[in-house]
Design a protein around this ligand. Structure first.
Ligand code: GAR
Length: 207
């Protein structure tokens, strides 16, 4: 069984999608061993506890500086014998030490079709605001491996979603979640757990 730790900051609908997919056997040979949030008020923590998963808050505010926070986060990942780190709406930048240590074993969900509407400053609802401002007709979501850059790692899965004339950022965000994020995140985890995702020359190949 692939041991997954999910890092979250907010509502945790992607976490819920993973929990459901494991329960419904759409993800095989993997289990969530721990959920960690930087935000004590994250509803994601309640979802995890409701599903009987070990859930803890490690907040940067409880530490004197960033290195001390990162050290505690790393220790919590190791303590759970984490094999795959899943960023499911985690709004903290991971330190290079964690990215190196878990190279090829950290994945992130981003609410656009990378390389559009990604990088520094593009997260959460802001992505959908920019999509509507620019007037693109198609948006979507991307699951990718995490490297040292912001949203620059090898892409695993993407799914396109139509933008409609009467969309608000909130309506579009919900459609991107329902039609793309909640589908491709569990699917990517299942592929990784089956050993079917290979990284070569900055790209992924699914066998
Ligand atoms: C999701 O839409 C996810 O794609 C986005 O945050 C939301 C978290 O929702 N992530 C980013 O913007 C990362 N750059 P959730 O807590 O309900 O899963």
């Amino acid at each position: 069984m692939l041991r997954i730790t999910v890092l979250v900051s907010g509502g945790g609908t992607n976490l819920q999608a993973i929990i459901d997919a494991i329960g419904e056997d759409r993800i095989h040979n993997a289990g969530i061993v721990r959920v960690i949030s930087n935000n004590p008020g994250a509803y994601a923590l309640e979802r995890a506890r409701g599903a009987g998963i070990d859930a803890l808050c490690i907040s940067p505010r409880d530490f004197p500086d960033r290195p001390a926070y990162y050290e505690a986060l790393t220790a919590a990942l190791k303590e759970a014998d984490t094999e795959l780190v899943v960023l499911a709406g985690f709004m903290v930048v991971l330190p290079e030490s964690v990215i190196r240590e878990y190279a090829g074993r950290i994945i992130n969900i981003h609410p656009s079709l990378i390389p559009s509407f990604c990088g520094t400053g593009f997260y959460g609802i802001r992505v959908h605001e920019e999509v509507l401002k620019r007037g693109v007709r198609v948006t979507g979501a991307t699951v990718h491996f995490v490297d040292e850059g912001t949203d620059t790692g090898p892409i695993i899965l993407q799914k396109a979603v139509e933008v409609r004339d009467d969309d608000t950022p909130e309506i579009l965000q919900r459609r991107v979640m329902e039609e793309a994020e909640w589908q491709i995140m569990p699917r990517a985890i299942d592929l990784i757990a089956a050993g079917r995702v290979e990284i070569r020359d900055g790209r992924t190949f699914i066998r």
